[in-house]
Write a protein that binds this ligand. Structure first.
Ligand SMILES: O=C([O-])CC(=O)C(=O)O
Ligand SMILES: [Mg+2]
Length: 220
């Protein structure tokens, strides 16, 4: 059972996954989206989590599944309307995350002005690494995250390129949505998103602090 002290397995707590979109100028540009003037938020359910050893499943309706490597922030202390100045006190640690995106479904939702749920929130749309305690990532606002597909580097960026910083995001989100222990914030992806195919192997890392690998499968 989830209880305080074992945030190491935050994905088992069944808490919120709050995602930030278009938080890197170069990624907004590569998809021809405007740079936002305030954070763009969407949610994934806890059933989206998948851990190393299990595959990423392509939904049957998707023919253009994209990888988005992102730094995840694990919340360790509940708060509403958290001031930026104390925001980092609410962080327990970090995780490397993939915001798997059915880009074709997202394009259709965007063109119809509909929500992104089926593009972003399907089962296995949130691969996560092991928990990284706060002390192990001294400067989360300046770390290199990267992703390779079949050994080829596709994404590489520094969290210093984020438009909205981690303290700003915690403060902004918590004005509208109370943040609780075990919640995860996905902080947006750097440039280089691209399609993955059945049997591809995705490898992602945070500098040389941590690495994770996932295989892609189709079930239909
Ligand atoms: O789907 C998108 O491009 C928005 C997003 O999640 C991101 O920027 O990380
Ligand atoms: Mg994303």
């Amino acid at each position: 059972m989830a209880s305080a002290g074992n945030l190491q397995r935050f994905w088992e707590w069944g808490k919120k996954i709050i995602c930030v979109g278009r938080n890197y100028t170069a990624h907004a540009a590569e998809l021809r989206n405007a740079v936002p003037s305030e954070p763009l938020l969407f949610l994934k359910p806890p059933s989206a989590y998948v851990r190393e050893g299990s595959p990423i499943q392509v939904p049957y309706y998707c023919h253009n599944l994209h990888h988005e490597v992102e730094l995840g922030v694990v919340i360790g202390k509940r708060g509403t309307a958290i001031p930026q100045e104390v925001a980092m006190q609410h962080v327990a640690g970090y995780a490397l995350c993939l915001d798997m995106t059915a880009r074709d479904a997202q394009d259709e939702c965007k063109s119809k002005g509909l929500p992104w749920t089926l593009a972003k929130a399907f089962d296995t749309s949130c691969p996560v690494s092991d928990f990284i305690p706060k002390e192990q990532l001294c400067d989360p606002g300046n770390v290199r995250i990267w992703l390779k597909v079949n050994d080829q580097l596709r994404q590489e960026g520094s969290t210093s390129q984020m438009i909205f910083s981690i303290p700003y995001l915690i403060s902004y989100i918590s004005e509208f949505i109370t943040l609780e222990e075990g919640d995860l914030i996905l902080t947006g992806t750097p440039k280089g998103v691209s399609s993955v195919q059945e049997n591809d192997e995705l490898e992602a890392g945070i500098e040389d602090i941590l690495k994770m690998k996932f295989r892609v499968v189709r079930t239909d």
